[in-house]
Design a protein around this ligand. Structure first.
Ligand SMILES: Cc1cc2nc3c(=O)[nH]c(=O)nc-3n(C[C@H](O)[C@H](O)[C@H](O)COP(=O)(O)O)c2cc1C
Length: 224
């Protein structure tokens, strides 16, 4: 007997969490980084599972979209950062079109954050330092390499992964030349607070930057 997908879908709800937070956009800070940092800490405090994972959308040479999950490595005045292999699908797409979007969804608080902007690759030394500050597993995964190439068998992966784990344990500073820290410097950052009555609040920050002048942000509400 098969699962009735449509029945299952109709049985599920969103914005059904007791005590959803309210969001007053009039009290929002001038800079989206400050609001992101607050919302991130609140997601952690609310017990949101893996709040540091995000969807990373890129486009290929033809402009066709792609998306996958990656980890957030940091967010500061230089941008939101993540890391991957330069030779992976996303790495090649970012080389061809250095622009991306990030999507966070924190259902524990019915919150979504969207970030769009140009992406730059950090210098190699910085990428390696970022990798070596992470776990042995992260280094082993990076050392396994060949991300997004066709794999001939799971046995081959098991062999390569075992060797990578052994090297990562023996050599915690082993270099992984293709490993790259990317920074997305936002043009826009949008915050969405879900509401049980569907009066969702959307606040978008757009960067206002003029040649030689101090940068700032303009804020606007959007219809949900
Ligand atoms: C929770 C989670 C976290 C992930 N974090 C990363 C990451 O930080 N970097 C990365 O390269 N891949 C990460 N991946 C794997 C990617 O989703 C993806 O499979 C891989 O990067 C290859 O994507 P590509 O072919 O588009 O380059 C993660 C996957 C999941 C499910």
């Amino acid at each position: 007997m098969g699962t009735d997908l449509h029945e299952l879908l109709r049985s599920l709800r969103v914005w059904d969490v007791a005590d959803l937070p309210t969001f007053d956009p009039a009290a929002a800070p001038a800079d989206p980084l400050a609001l992101f940092t607050t919302w991130f800490a609140q997601a952690v405090a609310a017990g949101q599972v893996e709040p540091h994972t995000m969807s990373l959308a890129t486009a290929d040479e033809e402009g066709l979209p792609d998306v996958r999950t990656v980890m957030l490595h940091g967010a500061d005045t230089s941008g939101w950062s993540f890391a991957s292999h330069a030779g992976s699908g996303k790495g090649r797409q970012l080389a061809a079109r250095p622009y991306a979007a990030l999507g966070f969804y924190w259902p524990a608080q019915a919150r979504q954050v969207r970030v769009r902007g140009p992406v730059t690759a950090a210098p190699s030394a910085e990428s390696q330092a970022d990798l070596h500050a992470r776990s042995t597993g992260a280094l082993a995964a990076a050392l396994t390499g060949r991300q997004s190439e066709v794999l001939s068998s799971l046995e081959e992966l098991a062999r390569e992964s075992q060797a990578a784990w052994e090297r990562a344990q023996l050599e915690p500073d082993a270099p992984v030349p293709s490993w790259t820290l990317y920074r997305l410097r936002p043009d826009t950052v949008e915050f969405f607070q879900g509401d049980a009555a569907r009066r969702h609040v959307r606040l978008v920050y757009r960067r206002t930057e003029e040649e030689g002048r101090t940068q700032g942000w303009a804020k606007q509400l959007l219809w949900p």
